[in-house]
Write a protein that binds this ligand. Structure first.
Ligand code: URP
Ligand code: ZN
Ligand code: ZN
Length: 459
């Protein structure tokens, strides 16, 4: 029920339901060159507010060979000209960190891009260990939040070749080609390098207990090492990649497993998922993001790119799942409402910690005087009719969701961005205006920067 009490003030009666800070989804791929038919800033942020997210951080990509960062980033700012429904920022993806490129990082910080992502894998983006050391030194100096995609490139390449020789190219073999050991080794390695350089890191989209154990061990030694995980690693197993899986919306389609390809991949069984849940519960995992990286299924440049002359080739299938709308409701229903985590832990993972890590905590991530009024209001427990998710209920422009068929016992009833009601589930759905979302010029992370004297060899 909403009532007009004081002129110009809308009063929302939460009827005893939880009111939580708006979600901050700090890992969202929108309109990226490598996702040519994913979501735009319009459709991705529309989907975000419908799922209780009030800020997103997307990526501006430096392609290999592009040594003018200003130009690379301008190109991504232009993609926001369509407008956004919620606030947004950019991380920089650095794929070619030459000395000339690293000199331009202070300018990126000035523009509010105070975080960057590097990859230890993917031929297009991979940097080697010496390049990583160079980047770590710069992020230390400039207090940039360092996000690392950690999987061992050579192991994956080796296994790809083996699987190709054996003609094992169905979507399922994507998971076989990227075993836990590849993530485990790379996670340990990047933690070791960050310790050497004495600078914080955040390992993104961590998928398994083995690699998160390294983060936990580092944290026990009080090292500033942080972990991100995502819904797919709590709810889906690699069985979903197999033809005819019982969870598929179209089990008759032998290529349906392509919809579940992401990197790191879904892991083998529910014991693995429980392992990641434990790391959420015990506080090791710092933030919970969607890694919204969508591609349309029925599109020659989307997931179907991997179907060549009727034969599946997992190496050609775009990686990534969509999930910006389902992230917050999934953790609320399966974490808070089942009693697996406290509401406080939920808020930390979805809002407060991303704000701290990414230099937004002065205005975002909690509810308080002087903060932006970014708010999600839920249904009072038991007051929403549980439903099974279908893709048609979502607001992205993608033709599938990996979470179809899951039961939701709650969902954001209202989403408020900077005091404006933008989502009213029972009265019109999206009620916000395209263009209301503002660029977030972010400050330094509360967690970045040096801890002790720099090793003299590195000075
Ligand atoms: O499969 C994934 N996660 N695709 C998106 C790119 C990335 O590595 O985050
Ligand atoms: Zn990644
Ligand atoms: Zn990603």
């Amino acid at each position: 029920m909403t009532t007009e009490k004081i002129t110009g003030t809308k009063v929302i009666d939460a009827e005893g339901a939880y009111i939580t800070p708006g979600g901050i989804d700090a890992h969202v791929h929108l309109d990226q060159d490598d996702f040519p038919n994913g979501d735009t800033f319009e459709t991705g942020t529309r989907s975000a507010i419908a799922g209780g997210t009030t800020s997103i951080i997307a990526f501006a990509l430096q392609p290999k060979g592009q040594h003018d960062l200003e130009k690379a980033v301008d190109n991504y700012f232009e993609r926001t000209e369509c407008g956004a429904y919620c606030d947004y920022g950019f991380h920089l993806i650095l794929s070619d960190p030459t000395p000339e490129v690293l000199k331009q990082l202070p300018r990126m910080v000035e523009r509010g891009l105070t975080s960057l992502k590097v990859f230890t894998t993917y031929p297009m983006y991979k940097i080697n260990d010496s390049e990583l050391l160079d980047v770590l030194l710069e992020t230390r100096k400039l207090k940039i939040t360092m996000m690392i995609h950690a999987e061992n490139y050579d192991v994956i390449k080796y296994l790809n070749e083996k699987l190709e020789q054996k003609k094992l190219t169905d979507p399922y073999y994507h998971a076989v080609s990227r075993p836990e050991e590849a993530e485990d080794e790379a996670s340990y390695r990047v933690i070791t390098l960050s310790k050497f350089v004495d600078t914080p890191i955040l390992i993104v989209h961590m998928s398994c207990e083995a690699s998160i154990n390294h983060v936990e061990n580092a944290q026990k030694k009080l090292l500033p090492v942080y972990a991100e995980t995502c819904p797919q690693y709590l709810f889906l197993t690699s069985d979903y990649l197999k033809a005819g899986c019982e969870h598929h919306v179209h089990p008759e389609d032998p290529f349906e497993g392509a919809k579940y390809i992401c990197s790191p991949p879904l892991r083998a069984d529910t014991t693995e998922l429980d392992g990641v849940w434990r790391k959420i519960q015990n506080g090791t995992v710092t933030i919970f993001s969607s890694d919204h990286a969508p591609s349309i299924y029925e599109h020659p440049n989307g997931k179907k790119r991997g179907l060549i002359n009727g034969l599946p080739h997992y190496q050609h299938i775009p990686n990534g799942l969509s999930g910006v709308e389902t992230r917050v409701p999934l953790l609320f229903c399966y974490g808070v409402e089942t009693g697996r985590i406290t509401p406080q832990r939920f808020v930390e993972l979805c809002s407060t910690n991303p704000a701290k890590i990414y230099g937004l905590s002065e205005t975002k991530g909690s509810i308080g005087v002087g903060m932006d009024a970014d708010i999600t209001i839920w249904y009072p427990k038991g007051k929403m009719l549980p439903f099974e998710l279908t893709n048609e209920m979502l607001h992205h422009q993608i033709d599938h969701t990996a979470f179809a068929g899951m039961t939701f016992t709650n969902w954001p009833k209202y989403t408020v961005v900077r005091g404006e009601l933008v989502w009213d589930r029972d009265n019109g759905g999206i009620v916000g205006k395209l263009g209301f979302g503002k660029f977030l010029k972010r400050g330094a992370s509360a967690l970045a920067g040096p801890r002790k004297e720099l090793n003299p060899i590195l000075a």
